[in-house]
Design a protein around this ligand. Structure first.
Ligand SMILES: [Zn+2]
Length: 250
């Protein structure tokens, strides 16, 4: 049985929600529990929940409040995922190399189930990792995250049957990625200490530095991080194509 402790935010890093919740975003903290709670409650980022390694849950914000967890982000062609999402921060120092304890994942499944029950607008396709909605910029919840186990518990999508398909053109791959919800190719930079999206990377607006291009290969890498964590190459194989096609029609 999940016990949720109250750890109300102490900063102003949130706002009242005006859009309907339709997305759930999962992260890892890259910090221990104490540091995570300090930053998410007192710092300039926030989340709705923090999930400790032993399965205990801290609630920082209410569903009807917007947390600052996703940053520059896009899903299904819509930017600013924070406005319509719930954010869960899972304590793990680097889940690209460190497993999530079974107790923590069991608690996560319970927590996600309560969130989805309260917010039925969250479809399975809209249960995403930070890396899905901010490719190249973010790599959490990491290649060790057990997406298949979550999908088997009714949380998020996982392709059950798949078969190899011929490798398509970059354009076909990009279209399939977008059909799954992934962003278009895009560019971003830094302005005033924060990330901003840029429409013309050759002529970034005044004051924008560190311009980064996010290409189909980068977006495919985010997809592989989740669905083919053993081969995060940015290059599609027949197996990648099979998973893309299956997922795009689920
Ligand atoms: Zn994150």
């Amino acid at each position: 049985m999940l016990t949720i402790k109250n750890a109300r935010i102490q900063s102003t890093s949130f706002r009242p929600r005006t859009e309907k919740v339709d997305t759930l975003v999962l992260h890892f903290t890259a910090l221990d529990l104490e540091s995570s709670l300090r930053i998410l409650r007192y710092g300039d980022v926030s989340s709705h929940y923090v999930l400790a390694e032993d399965g205990s849950v801290w609630k920082i914000l209410e569903d009807n409040e917007v947390a600052w967890h996703a940053g520059l982000s896009m899903w299904h062609g819509r930017p600013n995922v924070n406005g319509r999402s719930i954010g869960v921060e899972i304590v793990n120092l680097d889940a690209n190399t460190r497993d999530y304890p079974a107790t923590q994942i069991a608690a996560l499944i319970e927590l996600c189930t309560t969130i989805i029950t309260r917010n039925p607008g969250i479809s399975p396709r809209n249960i995403v990792g930070h890396s899905d909605i901010a490719p190249k910029r973010k790599d959490d919840p990491g290649r060790k995250f057990p997406w298949k186990e979550l999908a088997e518990a009714g949380i998020g999508l996982w392709p059950t049957t798949m078969q190899d398909e011929p490798v398509g053109t970059q354009q076909q791959i990009q279209s399939l990625l977008e059909a799954c919800g992934y962003p278009q190719e895009h560019a971003y930079g830094i302005k005033g200490g924060g990330y901003v999206s840029i429409s013309d990377p050759a002529n970034p607006p005044d004051g924008v530095s560190n311009v980064v291009m996010v290409t189909t290969a980068d977006i495919l890498r985010a997809f592989q991080l989740r669905f083919q964590p053993e081969s995060v190459t940015g290059i599609a194989t027949p197996a990648t194509m099979g998973i893309l096609r299956r997922l795009s029609t689920m």
